[in-house]
Structures are given as C-alpha cells and as structure tokens.
Write a protein that binds this ligand. Structure first.
Ligand code: OSB
Ligand code: MG
Length: 355
C-alpha cells in the first residue's frame, strides 16, 4: 500500500489476497477475494477461504449443471457462512460468463453503462490536523462524499474538525464495530453534525442493539459487517436496525447476494452504496460494474487505484474525474486488461484444481 490504512480493528500496510480464475472453453474469468490474512474485520481469512474452496466449494461447483451464474450462490447453500470464499468463486464465474457473452460485467448484472459518482474512505489519522490535510486533498480531488474512520477516544474531535472546516461536505463516519450500545450518547451528540450516516457503530454480529441505537438518533445507521445476505437485509430492515446498507459483494456471497440485498432494499426504498476492501483493480472494477444497478443511489468507497498502490494489476488503472466520477468500462468482463507479468511478480503461491 502507498500508505497504511488504519481502522478501529487494525492497520493494513500490505495488501494480500487470493485471485480466483475459472476457465471453460478457452475463456477465463477472474475474481478477487476480499478476505484478509487476519480475521479482524470479519471471521474469514485467506486460509479459511482456501480451505473452503479446495475442500468444499470447488468440488461442489465441478459437480453442478447450472444455466446461469446467478444460480451458483444458491447451490452453495449447504456450506454455511464463508461468504467471502463463495463470493471469490462466484464472482469469477460471473466474469467468465460476461467474457463468454462478450459483454461488460454490468450488462450481465443488469446494470447500465456511463459513469458512477463516488466517495472516499480515509483511515484513522493520528491528529485532527493530519485528518484535515487528508480531507482537503480528497475533497479537492473531486470525491462526492468523505468517510472518516473513528474509534473510542478518536471520534468527537475528528468529526468536529472536519465539520468546522467543511460545513456542507457530505460526511460520514465508520466505526467498524468499535462501540457498544452504552456509548449511544456519543452518537446522539453527533446528530448535530448532519452526517449522511454512521456506519457499523456496534458489534459485527448485532442487529438488535443497532435497532435500539437507530431509535435514539436522527442520523441514519448504515450496516456493513452485520449484513451477509438478502435475508440479513430483510431482517435488519424489519427490525429497524439501519436506514442504509453498504453492499460489498465479497461479504454477501458474491453478485447474486449483492443483487438480493439490493432488491430487498429497493423494495423498501432504502438506499444502498458499494463498499470497498482496498481492492486491486480487479476487485475495484467489479465494484464499479456492480454499482451501476439502480438502487445504488449514494456514492460508495470506490476510489482511484493511485490512492492505494504505486502500480495496479490492471491497465489502465481506475481513475476518478475532477467531478468525482468513474467511467464504467465497455470491454468484456471487468473491461480493463489484467497485467499478468505484474500478477506473476506478486504471486507467492498458486494452486490449480481440475474436475
Ligand atoms: O469498513 O468499509 C470498511 C477497508 C477495509 C476493511 C473494511 C472497510 C474498509 C474501508 C476502505 O473503509 C474502503 C476502500 O477504500 O476500499
Ligand atoms: Mg465499513
């Protein structure tokens, strides 16, 4: 990474991920797994994903006869949980499908071409001054909304510093599950800052306390870590646990899971937006295509490759215009070229499975 990315659960300095490639009939599709090497965001890790793929999901997939990639996630249902593992394989199959059809991924997903409007996620900074410098830089780059990370002891003063300097900036916070319901007063206090939302303030596996918090504050609660399926989205909305949902395909079993969450929210007029997991261009472009679906009415966390990496694995890299937009690629699949020599150079391990 060009610079460390700090959240309430830890600091990422190096990006390590599994790249899944699926071949059929001379065409290959690719999917980037969002699991980290550690279980600090959610329980899965690269090693648990590898185990699930090798010992359960890949053998299961080889035995399937399906007409469309949208059927794959349902066929994985016997394996409980492990959404990141399912997504890595499922998204590679969708990408393969799009390439075989010769269409951009967005078309296979039912989205549209053009551009998407996007935002930026800024990691925890040591001081309000350091954070302000970063916000100035990103606002000048054109991002349509700024998300800042908070954690206990690093919250009020960060939000106040940004709000004072940028009274009208669409601004939100993400706590990555660092607080408890007993901290509700802090969020009541934050109501006066007109944040667009507060992302995942409470436990990663909770909906009940988030519902209690949402009843106490005007600012919308957005769930990230707590949502793993369309069913979870339905439950969260039924409980009143949130008014916005962050969709990360890797967290909900892939594109079919994303479509399910999207459709549940849309039926209730609840906005969704596309989260990020510090992806390389491969996963980043998948996110670009996904958020062309009509329910993605808020800017997401998909920012320019150059914010994260000196050199991306795709060419051209993902760039953001001065008005905060990203062009949706028109080529087949993710639509940009994967630069294989760079992938080779970064590869530490490889495993291949055949039917
Ligand atoms: O909670 O959205 C999150 C990064 C890693 C893990 C979790 C999260 C994030 C981000 C960064 O906020 C999003 C991005 O820029 O890719
Ligand atoms: Mg989040």
């Amino acid at each position: 990474m060009r610079r460390p990315f700090e959240t309430s659960f830890g600091t990422t300095t190096h990006k390590e991920f599994l790249l899944v490639s699926v071949s059929a009939g001379g065409v290959t599709g690719h999917g980037e797994c969002v699991a980290d090497s550690d279980p600090y965001y959610l329980p899965e890790t690269s090693q648990t994903v590898l185990h699930m793929l090798r010992d359960f999901l890949v053998p299961l997939a080889f035995g399937l006869e399906i007409a469309h990639p949208r059927a794959l996630l349902a066929a994985f249902a016997r394996v409980r949980g492990h959404e990141m593992a399912k997504a890595a394989l499922e998204m590679a199959v969708w990408e393969l499908h799009a390439r075989r059809e010769g269409v951009p991924l967005y078309r296979a997903l039912g989205g549209r071409g053009g551009t998407i409007a996007t935002g930026v996620s800024i990691g925890l900074q040591p001081t309000p001054g350091a954070l302000l410098e970063r916000v100035v830089e990103e606002a000048a780059a054109g991002y349509r909304r700024v998300k800042i990370k908070i954690k206990p002891g690093h919250d009020r003063e960060l939000v106040e510093a940004v709000r004072t300097r940028f009274p009208d900036l669409p601004l939100m916070v993400d706590a990555n599950s660092a607080y408890r319901l007993a901290d509700a007063d802090l969020f009541v206090e934050m109501d006066r800052h007109s944040l667009t939302m507060i992302e995942q303030p409470l436990a990663w596996d909770d909906m009940v306390d988030h519902a209690a918090l949402q009843r106490r504050i005007r600012t919308p609660v957005c769930l990230d870590e707590s949502i793993h399926s369309g069913e979870d989205a339905r439950r969260a909305l039924a409980l009143g646990a949130c008014r916005v949902i962050n969709i990360k395909a890797g967290r909900v079993g892939g594109f079919a899971g994303s479509l399910a969450v999207h459709d549940v929210c849309r039926a209730s007029s609840v906005p969704v937006w596309c989260g990020g997991m510090l992806e390389s261009g491969i996963g980043r472009l998948a996110n670009v295509h996904l958020q062309t679906l009509p329910g993605f009415t808020l800017p997401g966390d998909t920012s320019a490759s150059a914010r994260y990496f000196e050199e991306d694995l795709v060419e051209p890299p993902v760039v953001v215009s001065p008005s905060g937009t990203i062009d949706v690629p028109e080529g087949p699949g993710i639509g940009h070229e994967i630069v294989w020599p760079r992938v080779e150079k970064a590869t530490t391990f490889r495993e291949e499975w055949k039917p």
